[in-house]
Design a protein around this ligand. Structure first.
Ligand code: PBG
Length: 333
């Protein structure tokens, strides 16, 4: 054939392919989410094979392992005892709570590792919502934000580097920024869950923390989070959220879930110059693990291809439960 252009010319050899490769993965792009609990042992999480609830001693060892593999940031989630859960989730700002203790210990043992936190009430709420639920079953915005600000300050005092509000209350980024600044934490950053969708992909996470919405009294409790998390049908609304978070002082914008929302990552990349993070959430992780366990897919290849898709869509950072495995595989080449 008389072809002028033959794209296959640049695919012919490994070195040519490497030369023209547009995107690549780096262990320092990853943020590794870890679950902590008060127990004395490492407890596997049923729906997330390979992920665990860590006790504080083993947490240190796991974070050291991640650091050695090149991972530079972790995010912590607490499994809180039912006895500590209340309607106002006041345990979230207990300075001797699980998360502040974990942060202090990590900062002592491994000060170089960047520590991100999650700001939301759900792990501490007996109702399993990210905000305070009124007696009429409404998730209250402004009242919730007061607690979120106290939670963020306690985390910053313990040594957190990046505060991650995942609650989706309106105005929380600005309020947290102001609260941090007032307390002298102007150097602490905010990685905002900007476009967080009301998603069924969070199922395994809620099992890990036993944090799903539930009825504990006669109070009506919304069965899902759709009055504050975004509607999966909406894309333009993500841009509005991003604009608000930028105005309110977010340092990094996040899209969550990641894989089912690659278009949102791409759109935010066009709209903002801030770094963008993608959260490859628990349900996305569980699906890959389940298929791999069945021998239906090749785990390493699928994980690396998936993580690369976030970079291609425009993400700078990727939160993934596969972070350590992927960092290890990248070293192997
Ligand atoms: C809590 C929170 C959730 C996740 C991160 N922070 C669950 C939720 O909003 O219900 C989900 C993470 C995952 O599924 O991996 N606000």
């Amino acid at each position: 054939m008389d072809l002028t252009y033959r794209p296959r010319r640049l695919r012919r050899t490994p070195s040519l392919r490497e030369m023209v490769q547009e995107h690549s993965l780096n262990a320092a792009d990853f943020i590794y989410p870890l679950f902590v609990h008060e127990g004395a042992e490492v407890e596997p999480i049923n729906a997330m094979p390979g992920a665990n609830r860590w006790d504080l001693d083993n947490l240190i060892a796991e974070v050291e392992r991640a650091w050695k593999l090149g991972v530079r940031c972790i995010v912590l989630f607490p499994k809180v005892a039912d006895s500590l859960k209340t309607e106002d989730a006041a345990e979230c700002y207990n300075e001797n709570g699980l998360i502040p203790r974990a942060i202090r210990k990590l900062k002592q043992e491994l000060p170089e590792m960047t520590i991100m936190t999650d700001v939301a009430l759900d792990p501490y709420s007996c109702d399993g919502h990210d905000g305070i639920v009124s007696s009429q079953g409404i998730v209250l915005n402004d009242e919730t934000i007061e607690n979120l600000c106290r939670q963020a300050i306690v985390q910053a005092q313990a040594g957190a580097d990046l505060i991650g509000p995942s609650d989706m209350m309106d105005g929380r980024v600005g309020a947290i920024r102001e609260a941090l600044d007032d307390e002298g934490f102007e150097h602490v950053g905010i990685i905002s869950y900007t476009a967080k969708y009301s998603s069924a992909y969070y199922g395994p996470f809620r099992e890990a923390l036993d944090s799903a919405p539930r009825l504990t009294s006669s109070k009506p409790i919304p069965k899902d989070k759709s009055t504050y998390q975004m509607d999966p049908a909406n894309a333009r609304e993500a841009i509005t959220e991003a604009q608000l978070d930028e105005q309110e002082g977010a340092d990094i914008l996040m899209v969550k879930p990641g894989l089912a929302y690659l278009d949102i990552i791409y759109r935010l990349r066009q709209e903002s110059e801030l770094p963008i993070a993608a959260y490859n959430v628990s349900g996305e992780y569980a699906m890959v693990k389940a298929a791999a366990q069945q021998g239906w897919i090749e785990e390493k290849a699928v994980v690396l291809e998936t993580l690369l898709s976030f970079k291609r869509a425009g993400a700078d950072l990727i939160l993934s439960y596969h972070a350590c495995d992927a960092a290890d595989w990248l070293r192997e080449g």
